[in-house]
Design a protein around this ligand. Structure first.
Ligand SMILES: [Mg+2]
Length: 375
């Protein structure tokens, strides 16, 4: 598709046609100068925005269908971190003149599949030519789960003594990103939608995983899935609000250490993590070393896990049973900063480092085993 030849009107028509079930007709949906939404009588409106930029967040060779899903998923994850329910979203697309074949159709279909899964509709947006990269910007609207407008999870409620929990294993997405950088590629089904397997890097990359055994390929597929098709933790976010278990929450978008630092800063608190308790994804454990990385480092600083990180007052910790909640440490007074403790009780400072958009990307081939002693 060449968006320039297509023209904006036909581009929008094409998007509308492909999103028929998830784009309600005007006055609610696309087609007027603005979308009209009913305002909830009780509770509050949640608004958040996040964008994906080619070369910064994704590469053009990545599957367009999954890119559409991810563009919405990262926004839904922010709602999950607040314990909200998604309602509608707006999308602005900036597209260069030449795109890979069927890119737009697949992108929009992926977006639609995620929208249907989470019961959220596209109500408007904008399209533009881009002189450079593909840009997909989404603004999501949600509502609070409870009747009260302050019935949300926030970053600021953690207190010294609260338990720190994470909703799942970490480091798989960063492993997936490193595999892509090393030349590994996802294999898709015939409709170019779902991940079916992986193709190992041909000549590039580390010899240890070039070609790859069956087990290696299984782990590589898990890592690529985590990176390309993350699942927002909306149900858990709502459960945390409804049960009033959590004192604070954030989603892990840039990395456990940096997102924990943000939560601690908002709460004016510090934290001590127990490194043996940090759940490292199997794919990170299996593939970090051949990628020249330390698995714990990937779990602490890799980012894009889209798990929830939350704190629970000691008096409510028995209530986490039955939830996806893995205990990883405790909130401390602010003066102590971020600390990480190994199995023998040795403590060190935890630098809040993550996937920083303004810093150089992670370089493979360094730091393998550097912090293994702390695992
Ligand atoms: Mg967030």
């Amino acid at each position: 598709v060449n968006p320039r030849r297509l023209g904006e009107r036909r581009l929008i028509d094409q998007i509308k046609a492909r999103l028929r079930e998830v784009a309600p007709p005007p006055p609610r949906g696309i087609g007027d100068d603005a979308a009209l939404l009913g305002v909830p009588r009780a509770g509050g409106l949640l608004v958040s925005t996040d964008c994906l930029i080619e070369s910064q967040h994704f590469q053009r060779h990545e599957p367009a269908y999954l890119l559409g899903r991810k563009a919405l998923a990262v926004n839904l994850s922010d709602l999950a971190a607040m314990g909200g329910r998604p309602v509608a979203f707006l999308m602005t697309l900036a597209l260069p003149a030449a795109l890979p074949p069927r890119f737009l159709d697949l992108l929009v279909d992926g977006l639609g599949s995620s929208a249907r899964e989470h019961g959220v509709s596209l109500v408007g947006g904008d399209t533009s030519m881009s002189p450079g990269p593909i840009v997909i910007s989404i603004t999501i609207l949600g509502r609070t789960s409870g009747r009260r407008s302050d019935a949300v999870l926030q970053r600021s409620g953690a207190r010294a003594g609260d338990g720190i929990y994470v909703s799942g294993a970490l480091g798989a997405s960063a492993t997936g990103r490193l595999l892509l950088q090393a030349g590994w590629r996802p294999r898709l089904d015939a409709r170019r939608r779902h991940l079916r397997g992986v193709s190992p890097a041909r000549a590039r990359g580390n010899a240890t995983i070039a070609g790859g055994t069956m087990a290696t390929r299984t782990r590589a597929l898990e890592a690529l899935r985590a990176h390309l098709d993350p699942a927002p933790r909306l149900e858990l976010g709502r459960a945390l609000i409804e049960s009033r278990i959590a004192s604070a929450a954030i989603d892990i978008s840039d990395g456990l250490s940096i997102d924990l630092d943000r939560l601690c800063e908002a709460s004016r608190a510090g934290a001590r993590l127990m490194s043996p308790a940090i759940p490292i994804a199997d794919s990170a454990r299996a593939l970090a070393a051949p990628l020249g990385r330390d698995p714990l480092h990937l779990a602490l600083h890799g980012g894009e896990d889209y798990e929830l990180l939350f704190t629970v007052p000691a008096s409510r910790e028995r209530l986490v049973a039955g939830l996806d909640a893995i205990f990883i440490g405790r909130i401390t007074p602010a003066a102590r900063g971020l600390l990480i403790c190994d199995a023998r009780g040795r403590q060190r400072r935890l630098p809040p480092r993550g996937f920083d958009h303004f810093a150089a990307p992670l370089r493979p081939g360094r730091a393998a085993g550097a912090s293994r002693a702390t695992r």
